[in-house]
Design a binder for this molecule. Structure first.
Ligand code: T46
Length: 135
């Protein structure tokens, strides 16, 4: 396997009497950010993702509510529950990822290291399995 199945990043946070501030700084982000996405208004029965990328690295953070992310490198699978705005999961290329079981008006924040390009996506699971055999 060229990439790990996933990596978790713990971001620093600071709580005082009036609230909590979480810092996403370049010391903790292992790539240069080219895009930031927010995914919100997600139906609890919704399923997002269901694809992978040729080149894009991303960090997925559930900044409100909760969701499950299933990670699959064609050999190994892992389901992580995300519900901590100070914890991000790195989504590597050629790791199929699917987000579901959204709770409490979940909001996802995603950092990506590429410009948007639909050609970078693999949206067919069968194609994904063919690619992972080659890398
Ligand atoms: C991912 C997960 C974690 C754009 O126009 N620009 C963009 O930068 C992106 C990411 C998407 N779009 C358009 C393409 C689709 O018409 O927004 C629409 C929804 O995209 P998608 O169905 O890919 O959304 P998700 O939530 O399934 O996946 C997103 C990211 O696309 C993807 O990179 O890994 O979040």
């Amino acid at each position: 396997m060229k990439y790990p199945l996933y990596t978790l990043i713990n971001f620093p946070f600071f709580t005082n009497a009036t609230g909590t501030l979480t810092m996403f700084d370049r010391k903790n982000i292992p790539f240069e950010i080219r895009r930031v996405l927010i995914i919100r208004n997600i139906k609890s029965s919704g399923v997002r993702g269901g694809h992978t990328h040729h080149a894009t690295h991303q960090i997925l953070v559930c900044i409100k509510g909760q969701c499950d992310v299933e990670l699959d490198n064609g050999i190994e699978k892992k389901i992580l529950t995300l519900n901590d705005p100070a914890q991000g999961v790195v989504l590597y290329p050629y790791v199929w990822h699917t987000m579901q079981n959204f709770k409490n008006d979940a909001i996802l924040l995603v950092f990506a290291n590429t410009d948007y390009n639909e050609k970078d996506y693999i949206r067919s699971y069968d194609d994904f399995l063919k690619f992972v055999k080659k890398i």
